[in-house]
Design a protein around this ligand. Structure first.
Ligand SMILES: [Zn+2]
Length: 69
């Protein structure tokens, strides 16, 4: 199985580095949801365009945006 983002070999959907970033994104979303009514996609867009987002997280966010309606 290949990572959805970088095509590296992965055990699950993402390789180790992107999986780590993915988990951070999910955890952060829990925090955001409590503070505001942001939708999942809106949140991902914010993550992707935030200059402080790391490159791994940004790639995961962009991949999730493209698969989220
Ligand atoms: Zn990857």
């Amino acid at each position: 199985m290949k990572c959805k983002v970088c095509e590296r070999e992965a055990e699950n959907e993402y390789c180790e580095l992107h999986e780590k970033a993915h988990r951070n994104i999910l955890r952060e979303y829990g925090v955001w949801k409590k503070a505001s009514d942001v939708s999942w996609k809106q949140y991902l867009i914010e993550v992707a365009k935030n200059p402080h987002t790391g490159v791994w997280a940004k790639e995961v966010a962009e991949s999730l945006i493209s698969e989220t309606k």
